[in-house]
Design a protein. Structure first.
Length: 692
RNA sequence: GGGCCCAUAGCUCAGUCGGUUAGAGCGGCCGGCUCAUAACCGGUUGGUCCCAGGUUCGAGCCCUGGUGGGCCUACCA
């Protein structure tokens, strides 16, 4: 009987587009799901957007739209990205749904009936102007420890210290700038310590009679929290809060982390409704890996272990739902050795990748390096190229290519028998294939793919040794037999690659006229002698490093565009000021009308009786000198500008002013007249040179 | 401040219970082959196993202390 397996990737937070960090997790999860299906397990992949909470409100506020509009737009972006990467989820749902409301209420009610909900007053900052309690992220002020201004309400990015928003010096509302006051309100708490016994049981390793599979480091980590004493968990937030209102407590909402994981259940319920399945079989069955049991597997990043290994199992247990059988934790994605960060420009969006490169490359590279550890993953672009080309193209694709093309072009396209000296090759490869399911089951795709490459290598050596391109001249049937080994092995290699590159398996299936989709079990079945092969289909083409260069460039542009909208990513500083909204979009031809040149300031003097003008003489090299009046005297003393290379708007129609004729403009940035900064160029630039 | 995890060849990683001379793939270099997508084959290069102590007949592995990186947490640890 098939094992029931419910797999989830972490819900994607709906305050922005998916980036390669999300993709890493999605691919790891998808490979696992596809591999387990190839083992014959009954697997569903339940996924959703996480749509509630303060960061969503802030983002919507910044963009000037409703949270509902934001999450609807982001939902479409996420689905497009994940579909593009061929993530084979069964449903991608949302926590902003009736199902989520229902199950959040049910779990809350169950906790309440057990006496696991406590009411307690909490003092918090309240803004009279905004008429709301301000969550940590909505307050800024001066750090009480190091006195750095403009820090968030929970921690200081300058000195790294954490504190409560009430400790901030000169706190103010991010929304209105209003100074909030202290006010107390009633919050709801779950005393987690009451679930300590259950949690210890849940955390028990399989080797010790437990049922939960956790990486050792994760288990130790979680146990250290339990040993340290479990704190009460504040699960309520005051209105206005974008989330689910708590039944029986008007004006109070579930903290986003209460209802977020419930999205796994909501997604399952929706999927059950669409597919005539019973939710009970999935979320009300005993946990485990046997008949009539359900194995729930969560794939998450190491930042959210706390929620998935403490609160979540406790909530499920208390409310009578199926608890997780496995939580698989991965590390962060880094790019070229740096932590992925918009500020450093190594932030690659999923959809940007898809515009430049085939998802198969990234799927392969990530899978080829992902194992069951939770180390950070460094996406080094040169290694990416080398690995894909050496393994995927040079080994796996090459074996199928040389075998199938040879038979098709020179031997009439039909297979022969497996020759006697090919049997040990097939046996050796099959033996490796037998190890593969367990490797995938343990999230060790790196080793599975290593084996696939060894399989191809073994067979390649066999073909080289027997040189069918020579043998064919004297004994074509012998050549056919040798290459039949290559085709047979390509089938087995294809099975190992299929979870990672689904279309690889499909192409192998068409070329070898397979009647059933490839599985680990049927991959070793011998191909019939006399089988007529289909036309060769290219399995993988070489990855060019220029492709990735273009991707990096495009990502830099993404960041700039995102900044311009004022849409701060999670790791970017919040803005304590406003800028003018962007002008309407124009085509590139608009730039052609404006002629910008390098100018060198050779003279600079104040203008008597003018409030903010300086008179400049700007040298444009071969184009001669220009007289320019510029309104920057409140920000610059004349001598500060002398000799600087600046950006000159050179074909601006001369304008007669009260003090003389101005023959152009120099470019400067700034919010007000006394905070202007002139755009300075590298002094190596040549006066008169065109800027484009 | 406390805690947990990680560190082995230029890169990605194996390394079992402590057991001989620390391995593989990729890359680099030299040579060969040509059916195959600059692919493939043979040879070769390459290591202070992060550092310093300790235990031991013997340490990449065990213990202590440190360094670097990642993460969590904080007047309680």
């Amino acid at each position: 009987m098939a094992n029931k397996v419910l797999v989830t990737a972490a819900l994607t937070y709906a305050n922005g587009p998916a980036h390669l960090g999300h993709v890493l997790e999605a691919i790891q999860t998808d490979v696992y799901v596809r591999a387990r299906r190839m083992m014959g397990d009954e697997v569903i992949f339940m996924w959703a957007d996480d749509t509630h909470g303060t960061p969503i409100q802030i983002r919507a506020l910044r963009e000037g739209i409703d949270p509902e509009q934001l999450i609807a737009r982001v939902y479409d972006e996420h689905v497009k990205a994940y579909d593009g990467f061929q993530i084979g989820y069964d449903i991608f749902y949302t926590t902003h749904s009736e199902e989520n409301r229902k199950h959040a209420a049910a779990i809350f009610e169950a906790l309440r009936e057990r006496g696991d909900i406590e009411e307690r007053d909490v003092e918090q900052l309240y803004s009279e102007v905004d008429q709301m309690f301000l969550p940590d992220r909505m307050v800024q002020g001066t750090c009480p420890v190091c006195k750095t201004p403009d820090q968030d309400g929970d921690s200081c990015e300058s000195c790294g210290s954490t504190y409560r928003p009430t400790e901030l010096i000169e706190p103010r509302s991010v929304i209105s700038g209003d100074t909030p006051v202290l006010r107390s309100s009633e919050h709801l708490f779950v005393p987690l310590a009451r679930h300590e016994a259950f949690l210890r049981e849940w955390l028990k390793p399989v080797s010790d009679g437990g049922t939960t599979i956790l990486q050792d480091s994760v288990r130790n980590f979680v146990l250290s929290w339990v040993d340290g004493g479990l704190r009460d968990w504040d699960i309520s937030r005051e209105a206005p809060y974008f989330g689910i209102e708590i039944p029986g407590y008007p004006g109070k909402y579930f903290y986003v982390w209460f209802d977020a994981p419930i999205g796994y259940i909501a997604a399952t319920e929706k999927w059950c409704e669409l597919h005539g399945q019973d939710l009970q079989d999935w979320w009300k069955a005993p946990p485990g890996r046997g008949d009539g049991q359900t194995e729930i597997v969560h794939v998450i990043g190491k930042d959210i272990v706390y929620f998935h290994c403490l609160f979540w199992p406790a909530m499920l247990h208390a409310a009578g739902y199926t608890v997780p059988s496995r939580v698989q934790v991965h590390g962060w994605l880094k790019v070229n050795g740096e932590k992925m960060s918009k500020r450093r420009g190594t932030f690659i969006l999923a959809n940007t990748y898809l515009e430049h490169a085939d998802p198969a490359y990234l799927r392969y590279y990530l899978a080829a390096r992902l194992s069951s550890n939770q180390d950070d993953f460094d996406l080094a672009m040169d290694d990416f190229v080398a690995r894909v080309n050496a393994d995927l193209v040079g080994k796996a694709a090459n074996l199928a290519s040389r075998s199938i093309k040879f038979i098709n072009s020179k031997l009439g396209g039909t297979l022969g028998p497996i020759p006697e000296d090919g049997v040990p090759v097939i046996d050796a490869v099959r033996e490796k294939l037998l190890e593969v399911p367990d490797l995938y089951r343990n999230f060790d795709s790196a080793k599975a793919l290593r084996l696939a490459m060894e399989m191809a290598e073994t067979c390649d050596a066999y073909i080289n040794e027997h040189a069918p391109w020579k043998v064919i001249k004297t004994d074509p049937e012998r050549a056919r037999a040798i290459l039949t080994v290559g085709v047979q092995v390509s089938k087995m290699v294809g099975a190992v690659l299929q979870p990672v590159i689904p279309e690889w398996g499909e192409k192998i299936g068409r070329m070898l006229k397979l009647e059933q989709p490839l599985t680990f079990a049927n991959a070793a079945e011998p191909l019939a002698e006399g089988l007529e092969l289909g036309a060769y289909e290219t399995l993988a083409e070489r990855l060019q490093s220029a492709t990735l260069d273009a991707l990096i460039e495009a990502s830099k542009a993404d960041v700039a565009a995102d900044r311009a909208v004022g849409a701060a990513p999670e790791d970017a500083p919040s803005f304590a000021y406003e800028v003018e909204p962007l002008a309407p979009e124009v085509g590139i031809e608009a730039l052609g009308q404006i002629d910008l040149r390098v100018g060198k300031i050779v003279e600079c003097e104040p203008v008597p009786k003018a409030k903010k003008l300086l008179r400049l003489t700007v040298d444009l090299g071969p184009l001669g000198q220009r007289n320019v009046f510029s309104g920057i005297s409140q920000s610059y003393a004349p001598e500060q500008l002398l000799g600087k290379h600046v950006v000159m708007f050179a074909n601006l129609k001369p304008r007669t002013m009260r003090f003389g004729v101005s023959e152009g403009m120099i470019m400067a940035a700034g919010q007000s007249d006394d905070k202007v900064t002139v755009i300075e160029l590298d002094p190596r630039s040549l006066p008169g040179d065109k800027i484009s």
